[in-house]
Design a protein around this ligand. Sequence first.
Ligand code: PLP
Ligand code: COI
Length: 339
Amino acid sequence: MEKANIKWDELGFSYQYVDNIYVSYWKDGKWDEGKIQQGDRINISVGATALHYGQECFEGLKAYSTKDGEIQLFRPDMNAKRLQDSCRRLLMPEIPVEKFIDACKQVVKANEKYVPPYGTGATYYIRPFVIGCGDNIGVGPAPEYLFCIFGIPVGPYFKGGFKPVSMTTAKYDRAAPHGTGAAKVGGNYAGSLLPHKIANEEGYSDCIYLDPATHTKIEEAGAANFFGITKDNKFITPDSPSILPSITRNSLLTVARDYLGMEAIEGEILMDDIDQFTEVGACGTAAVVAPIGSIYYKGKEHIFHSKEEAGPVITKLYETLYGIQFGDVKAPEGWIVKV
Ligand code: PLP
Ligand code: COI
């Protein structure tokens, strides 16, 4: 397959025109077969619940080219199940796991020329989403739904790649207690745009969100989960009902435990105890594993390892996970799905 004329190593995380998208409609109580459609436009009613009442949820996963020229997905079943959880939270019809994985494969195959070659560091980001889209105006679930997937080649989410970023703590919450924080719904991200902009204006890459009930515990690192490495080499990541259950974080818990022999814990992380960590980081599909060099909190800058270079443990976590995703390190059973 001849690849598109793209400077793969210069890619950032930004939208590009896509040739082929996947669409499947839900009408009269069932999903249709679904198909690949050309172009990157969809046509929906002005009354669509997604436009007015935020009845929308999405996923993010990646396809990776391996050394021997194959393309593979990383734990797509986990994304499929999380999308089902998000759909249930918003009273939307669920997509069966097999339909989700098959649709992702169809999008990758139909856009193979945009899947970055092995060795470029770039990946193919797949964005499935579900929207309430039929004619509607009352505040209630939509009469029809669209399950759509597009994909784009991407480079690093944070400028500069695997380099420490600086973060501040947000004055706003991304989610409410007992709200939608654990679901991947568009509304959570709409609310995060302002704190993100403020963080950028203050010179930070993104902001740390604290727990919405007490504002004392760390929840998320922008659009990624948070983790820290303690002085005695434990991997700790927050345990909270209002964070998004990240697939990258779930994978890092296994990598830390089974590949690096560390103790790996999900637990409470008090902001006042932040200096217990020698290294901290953000993790997610887009962010991969991103070292956080400093966090500004209540008038003080807390530095972790260094603001210039990633720490040794985060580097090992990153290299192992990256190796698994690109097929260079043996993956745990069931993590890799060939396209
Ligand atoms: N937290 C938030 C708010 C996110 O948007 C994401 C991105 O998906 C994550 C965490 C990381 O989740 P995952 O590793 O499944 O991509
Ligand atoms: C992801 O990592 O897949 C995300 O959804 C984060 C962000 C780009 C919204």
